[in-house]
Design a protein around this ligand. Structure first.
Ligand SMILES: C[S@@+](CC[C@H](N)C(=O)[O-])C[C@H]1O[C@@H](n2cnc3c(N)ncnc32)[C@H](O)[C@@H]1O
Length: 256
């Protein structure tokens, strides 16, 4: 038992170290963040935005540079939050952006505190429906939610990719099913669009190559590290082979 705990702790540290060096921890791009922001009306200097599962703040800085309100970033890893707050400082955005370590399933926000809730590549940690349901109370009436979620593009998929996703994220479903969930959980669906390949390849897989080489050298012979990197490389291969069947999709909705 003690051993298991130690391995888990090591896994967490490992994941944190691996992704800390990257601008983003999931697929996305500044262009797509700005495109999604284009569907949000009525933001003012007084607007409050929550960026949940913000990571080191790749999309948070883009938001801050393109809106007038204030942003609170929340992430599970304090190390990511430290990087986010340092970056905000460097970019003279620390008045607008404040990061805090916290759990998306236990947010201590006020009811109706926010004009906009943002979440790129992270709602899967709580589940799409649960996230939309539980976070709705933190939005003002007519407030917006914008999230990205891995989604099936087609009704049927080859067995290999079906099995891969069912193993890694059984909650994955089609775009129409997610839009219906959005409506059912109290939002008017405003827009959905798929993220282009460069969000995965240029901004997510390619930056990992040098980190993987560095890791394999630093942790030579460490089975946990080797398995972890094998998993990351397999994820890339699956995307390469089956990107016609799935990808990340932006879902934007307005609370009713
Ligand atoms: C795939 S990354 C996306 C990060 C960032 N939004 C991006 O797109 O670059 C998912 C993020 O969710 C965070 N996370 C995972 N579980 C969480 C939880 N229960 N509460 C808050 N954040 C969590 C991770 O630490 C990680 O930073």
């Amino acid at each position: 038992m003690e051993n298991e705990k130690t391995i888990n702790e090591f896994d967490k540290e490992l994941i944190c170290e691996y992704y800390s060096d990257m601008k983003r921890q999931g697929p996305g791009s500044p262009e797509m963040t700005i495109k999604a922001l284009g569907f949000i009306d009525n933001l003012t200097q007084k607007s409050k935005i929550a960026d949940i599962g913000c990571g080191t703040g790749g999309q948070t800085m883009v938001l801050a540079q393109n809106i007038t309100g204030n942003i609170i970033g929340i992430d599970f890893f304090p190390e990511f939050i430290e990087i986010l707050n340092n970056n905000a400082n460097k970019l003279n955005l620390s008045e607008k952006v404040k990061g805090y370590a916290g759990l998306m399933e236990n947010l201590s926000f006020q009811e109706e505190e926010f004009d906009l809730i943002w979440c790129e590549g992270a709602i899967y940690n709580i589940g799409f429906e649960r996230g939309l349901n539980e976070w709705r109370k933190f939005l003002k009436k007519d407030g917006y939610i914008a999230v990205t979620e891995a989604s099936w593009f087609t009704e049927k998929r080859p067995e290999e990719i079906e099995n891969y996703w069912v193993h890694h994220y059984p909650g994955i479903t089609t775009i129409s099913s997610n839009v219906s969930t959005m409506q059912k959980t109290g939002y008017i669906p405003v827009a959905t669009f798929t993220l282009p390949e460069n969000c995965w390849i240029d901004n997510y897989f390619i930056p990992q190559i040098s980190v993987q080489e560095k890791f394999l050298e630093k942790y030579t012979g460490n089975e946990t590290v080797e398995e972890f990197i094998e998993g990351c490389r397999h994820e890339e291969k699956m995307y390469h082979d089956y990107k016609d069947y799935y990808g990340y999709v932006f879902y934007i909705g307005r609370k009713y």
